[in-house]
Write a protein that binds this ligand. Structure first.
Ligand code: ATP
Length: 353
């Protein structure tokens, strides 16, 4: 089998501790991968910002895919992988496993995927002084916005092409889920009532795309109802498609329902590139303490291995994580245990079948 090159970018604050531990486990898998491990942000910061960016981008572009730790802005690369390489679908699995410290009374069986549109919506970077809205004639006595003094705005942009692309991705994912024994149902959610031009249109386009996928059941909820359902009826979800900003917020809520950000992996997919990163931030409050939970990084690596077609290795790693949590004697601190980052990763490595 041809070997793949994976750039490993450890990131900042506590993220490199999780990455180092995860790499120890990945090293045990014996997969046809050349791991190109870059230095953590603390070392990269010796380069000036331009050189640092050029260095990281060069390694990303030379790789087949990337395993990325979180960044506090010191480690560059995310904008390049996201907007530069057009990774428009951010997949965030929310799956409870025995041993995860969920705050819910009945977390058994929670198992769904959030697909977050990853490029548009409020994240297009179009922001400015609200005086521009005045100049465009959008502010005034007949408009909802009437103000004196300072104001700022941020634009929310939804495009047909961007929505169709992520909708097709989500429907295909729902079909694959059904083939793997899941319900294979798609749910879409946005603020359709207050934002008809953007959010209702997003859902309407998803419905249009759905006409090519009549075998996939499609549900739709207003996003505030969705936030409520993630806590009260999470078992009804299979694939949940959301515009960018709601996807960002609700995926942290989903992670909380199974036990927190330490358990939240993600993969960002485009038509010809994908990269993988934990959904949590750099956890600066626990940096240097050797207690960051590496599960999110390990499960992001599971998604990466699947993406590379290394399904057996992905399954072995996934099952090893499941086994360590189910066994319960070596649990990370955020899951109520006493195991540091390395000790937990060592237990996962030892549990590899
Ligand atoms: P960002 O804005 O980049 O998302 P943040 O500071 O808002 O960063 P996190 O870095 O995810 O968010 O941290 C939120 C809280 O969750 C912190 O208390 C952090 O220590 C904790 N946390 C995040 N990831 C982990 C992890 N892998 N293991 C243990 N605790 C974590």
């Amino acid at each position: 089998m041809a070997r793949s090159i994976v750039a490993v970018i450890p990131g900042d604050d506590a993220a490199p501790e999780a990455m180092a531990a995860a790499m120890g486990v990945l090293g045990q898998l014996d997969v046809p991968v050349d791991w190109d491990v870059l230095p953590p942000g603390a070392e990269l910061s010796r380069l000036d910002a331009t050189d640092r960016e050029a260095f990281v981008h060069e390694h990303i572009d030379a790789a087949d895919t990337v395993l990325f730790g979180s960044t506090n802005g010191t480690t560059p690369g995310v904008a390049h992988m996201r907007w530069g390489r057009r990774t428009y679908a951010n997949v965030r699995p929310i799956r409870w496993r025995p041993g995860y410290r969920s705050p819910l009374a009945q977390p058994e069986g929670i198992d769904y995927l959030i697909v977050r549109e990853n490029l548009e919506d409020a994240y297009v970077g179009i922001m400015g002084d609200a005086a521009a809205l005045h100049r465009a004639g959008l502010v005034g006595p007949k408009a909802r916005l009437a103000y004196e003094g300072e104001g700022r705005y941020a634009a929310k942009v939804i495009t047909r092409a961007g929505t169709e692309a992520v909708a097709r991705f989500a429907f295909a994912l729902a079909r694959r889920r059904r083939a793997a024994g899941h319900p294979g149902k798609l749910t879409v959610s946005a603020k359709t009532n207050m934002l008809p031009k953007t959010d209702r249109w997003f859902c309407d386009i998803v419905r249009e795309v759905g006409q090519d996928h009549p075998d996939v059941e499609l549900d739709q909820y207003i996003v505030d109802d969705m936030a409520h359902r993630l806590v009260l009826r999470p078992h009804e979800l299979d694939v949940l498609l959301l515009p960018n900003l709601y996807g960002d917020v609700l995926s942290d809520e989903g992670a909380a329902t199974i036990g927190g950000m330490g358990l939240a992996p993600s993969g960002c997919y485009g038509d010809d590139f994908a990269y993988f990163e934990s959904a949590h931030g750099t956890a600066p409050d626990i940096a240097g303490q050797g207690r960051i939970n590496p599960t999110a990084t390990l499960l992001s690596a599971v998604l990466l291995l699947e993406h590379l077609g290394l399904g057996d290795a992905a399954r072995r790693l996934d099952e090893a994580v499941t086994r360590v949590y189910a066994e319960g004697s070596v649990l990370p601190v955020d899951q109520g245990g006493a195991a540091g980052t390395e000790a937990f990763a060592d237990a996962v490595a030892a549990a590899l079948a």
